[in-house]
Design a protein around this ligand. Structure first.
Ligand code: EPU
Length: 421
């Protein structure tokens, strides 16, 4: 188990380049299973979730090669299994995308239930509802989901999601890509990585329209061909560095971003008093004194992302006045980090799905534990601000989703080191 040690109190300055989006990569790599041909994917972040997925694909018969840093070549022509290695599958959340991709290409899949960050109950009933609507027989056991084409075969259909779900939208898009007929997903999620997945599949010959709106249409095609595609920059990684500068102070150019994707985050940081300047593909953030209090309610895109809840909470903990932070996607997400921030001196009162955060001028370093990916990111930001030394344990959660985080923060002047316990 690795840990990070952070000596706080240094403002951040310089430039940081954002990696490819984790949540796009973990959808696009399994989507390569739909392609009987060679795919070249650029801007792939080298993070543990991606490594696990590539191991799963390789174990299933895919040819996988890192051509260069950030560039992966994949050939899923000769897939030999529709039961991916359960030990690997249980190591991460997005392995559930193997269900949709395998069902579409092979008409069957037997996938262990996924693992990953457990900050809330994370049901997959909407994914299953989608597969059933497409004609699959679905058998759920305690550990596995078995999918097979039903008596009448698999075919496009109309599905209205009961909740806006990123995972279900992605999984149904994949499942429908190679089926006869048209599939319509109503009440679809609109996150940038859903558009990215649709763009990847369309580059390979799929016919998907409406991604990024709440109605996505998929006209099934018989096969996809190989091709080359570059993943979009990571909205949440960029948001994490922006929040770090807002909290710790300084002046940083955040490069390789799509400013439009960042509006839900940058508008809040501006409201809190940080100076934000948007350029074509980068954002400068400069702190201008103490942050002001604010109100944040997490929502699916284009709302404020739940994946930035913990990081903005650190900004609130240091702001002048009382802030309100309401979580509308995963109610229990506060429990991953609020106690740890309280141990560092933050004043946070959690009442159901709202946290009341009373800003304090200082946090102090201590030993804390990351309980999930974004909670870990928030504790690092708190450590950068805190007086003295902060030790963040369980950082394997952080390394699931942040590429080269030590190198990137160090280049900005942070004093942060990684050691193995
Ligand atoms: N939900 C259901 N039934 C379902 C699916 C979802 O009730 O079948 C509910 C969930 O319980 C939740 C809401 O719908 O309340 C939204 O869940 P969603 O399906 O959108 O989440 P997800 O696909 O499991 C992805 C990201 C998460 C991110 C959420 C919300 C990936 C691999 N994961 O999860 O990312 O928090 O969307 O934006 O894309 C992270 O990166 O740290 C992370 C956890």
């Amino acid at each position: 188990m690795a840990k990070y040690e952070i000596i706080g109190g240094t403002p951040l300055s310089g430039e940081v380049t954002i990696s490819g989006a984790k949540n796009a990569a973990v959808a696009i790599l399994p989507a390569a299973l739909l392609v009987a041909g060679k795919c070249r994917v650029e801007n792939v972040p080298d993070i543990s979730d991606v490594r696990i997925l590539l191991d799963i694909l390789q174990d299933m018969g895919a040819q996988v090669e890192w051509e260069a840093p950030g560039v992966v070549r994949l050939d899923c022509t000769q897939i030999t299994k529709t039961t991916p290695n359960p030990v690997l599958v249980r190591k991460m959340r997005a392995s559930y995308y193997l269900m949709g991709a395998l069902l579409s290409r092979f008409g069957e899949a037997n996938v262990a239930l996924p693992g990953g960050c457990n900050f809330a109950s994370r049901p997959i009933d909407q994914h299953i509802k989608g597969f059933r609507a497409l004609g699959a027989d679905v058998e759920e056991t305690e550990d596995y989901v078995n999918l097979a084409a039903g008596e009448d075969g698999l075919c496009g259909s109309r599905i209205s999601l009961d909740v806006v779900s990123v995972g279900a939208t992605v999984n149904i898009i994949m499942a429908a890509t190679l089926l006869p007929g048209q599939t319509v997903i109503e009440n679809a999620a609109k996150e940038p990585h859903i558009v990215d997945l649709a763009n990847f599949l369309n580059t390979m010959g799929a016919r998907i329209s409406g991604a990024g709106t709440d109605t996505v249409k998929i006209r099934g095609v018989e096969r996809l061909h190989g091709g080359s595609y570059a993943i979009i920059p990571d909205q949440i990684e960029a948001g994490t560095y922006l929040a770090a500068v807002a909290a710790a102070g300084g002046n940083v150019l955040v490069k390789n971003v799509i400013p439009k994707h960042m509006e839900c985050i940058t508008s809040k940081l501006q409201e809190m008093g940080a100076k934000v300047i948007n350029y074509d593909d980068c954002i400068r953030i400069r702190s201008e004194g103490r942050l002001r209090n604010t109100t944040v309610k997490t929502r699916p895109y284009p709302g404020f992302p739940t994946d930035m809840q913990a990081q903005i909470c650190v900004c609130m903990a240091l702001a002048d006045g009382v802030s309100r932070l309401t979580e509308n996607v995963y109610e229990t997400r506060f429990f991953g980090y609020c106690t740890e921030l309280q141990d560092m001196g933050a004043e946070i009162l959690v009442n159901g799905k709202t946290a009341i955060v009373t800003g304090t001028e200082k946090l102090h370093g201590t030993e804390v534990c990351a309980h999930d990916l974004r909670a870990g990111a928030a504790l690092i930001i708190a450590g950068l601000v805190a007086e003295g030394k902060t030790t963040v344990r369980n950082v394997h959660f952080v390394e699931r989703g942040y590429e080269n985080i030590i190198e990137k923060f160090t280049a900005l002047g942070a004093r942060i080191t990684r050691t193995d316990d």
